[in-house]
Design a protein around this ligand. Sequence first.
Ligand SMILES: Nc1ncnc2c1ncn2[C@@H]1O[C@H](COP(=O)(O)OP(=O)(O)OP(=O)(O)O)[C@@H](O)[C@H]1O
Length: 527
Amino acid sequence: MSQRLLVSWIGHNDLAAMARESSDAVRDAVLETTRWKSLGGTGTGPVRTAVDSGAFAHAHLLSNYSRELNAAYRKWLGRPCTVHEVELTDPSDYAQVVACADRVMRELHQKHKAAEWCILLSPGTPAMAAIWVLLGKSRYPARFYQTFGGNMAEAVIPYELIDEYLPHLLRAPDEHLQRLAAEGPVRGFEEIVGESRAIRAAKGLAARAAVRDVSVLLLGESGTGKEEFARAIHKSSRRRDKPFVPVNCGAIPKELQEAELFGHAKGAFTGADRERAGAFALADGGTLFLDELGECPPALQVKLLRALQPPNGKGPCHRVFDMVGGKPQTADVRVLAATNRDLPTAIRDGSFREDLYYRLNVIEITLPPLAGRDGEVPLLADHLLGRVNAQFAAHEPGYRHKSLSVAAKKLLSRCPWPGNVRQLQNVLVRAAVLTDGDVIEAGDLETAVGTAAHGAGGDTLEHPLGNGFNLDAHLDEVRKHYLLRAMRESKGNKSRASKLLGMKHYQTLAAQIDRLGIEWGEDDGSE
Ligand SMILES: Nc1ncnc2c1ncn2[C@@H]1O[C@H](COP(=O)(O)OP(=O)(O)OP(=O)(O)O)[C@@H](O)[C@H]1O
């Protein structure tokens, strides 16, 4: 078990308590230091009250008094303690107080890595108490205590700086990062292409969120780059050298959900012939990416919520979870999540937990559909074709790199891209396969683009608004239509159907069929 260590300033009331029980020489020294006319008061002072409670293994006391007074105080306290002498000329000067407190806390944290920190707020000036709260709620997570009438009690401060203040901070312009962005690409975001306002705003927000250990919820239609952004956030965070573990929440079979996330012990269930780590343990020190969060079934939502609530006094990424059939485990995991579902609506209809939504939605980044990104398609097409060329060249000796003609880029710019960047990428792969020469012409794209060039169907896009029109229900109808078409065309083979729909996993298709209540009989596949 970790040791509970107390940190506190020694205040005037602590010195006075000692002086009341000490020699005249000590008493005079205290009166001179405090500039009090008489000692007055009763009691043992806050530090001794706290230390005498026996709740702490050791006390670390910060003091700006003379060496002699510190020695006298330590002796009088009579309990294990260390006095840290600091240079502090004005205890009401916030800058001086934060410099001293931060230095001592940093040294203590380096020395006692596994300790549980407890801060006593009572001794000292209001500036000292305020700085303790700021440090204990951010850099050096701690529990807080105060004394009153000779008793000590925990002071619960129901305010999470990281969760409540950071989102506001991040919305405000961050001059430093904006300067960096203007000077060149932000580290980790090199693979993300896009100069439109919407993408630049998303990149700016993601870059600012990346350097802080906060949860980020990525929203946007399928194929808009949510996973690409999640990887970029990980790569530009301090966790970049540790694992990035993606988990598709909608794609884990029901009976394996808990084991997949939290691991299982040997013999935990039939077939568990050895211990296996889950996603949280695998992501220790790094980032866990919960993809398709909106497809997460209710039972898994409860388990996730439990693991995502850091215990009191621990940092925001401290996770405690139960391995199936095993002991409780801890891991240091930053969580990013993504969904293309409208979660506030899902909360209203009871299919998504509100508390889980707020846990994961500290920072929200919405990625725009490709159709709304002014003039971005040619830029993206060049970048994606570059990737396709590199992949093909690696496996095909003699492969000739292809480029797009101006007319081809114009054609691509006119497409509505309902499947967003992923659809554009698929079109380019097809075109690269089908084109013999070095240049992909508009004509070569016609087949590859297919329906994309001609819109997604007039009626669907021109539906009259108002009069009970509901965009989500309407889009679900469109989705249903395509899911059924793909299932028919693939003769009921979900893996093939999901490829036709441009989905990464067939389990995503299965989850959507379930969610939309699509009835798919075995016979429906035959013509
Ligand atoms: N801005 C971008 N720059 C470069 N590549 C991008 C960008 N956005 C998306 N891509 C590429 O498009 C493809 C689809 O992106 P990604 O998988 O991140 O989408 P997604 O929103 O997570 O999709 P889904 O919701 O279906 O999981 C990937 O190959 C990705 O690399």
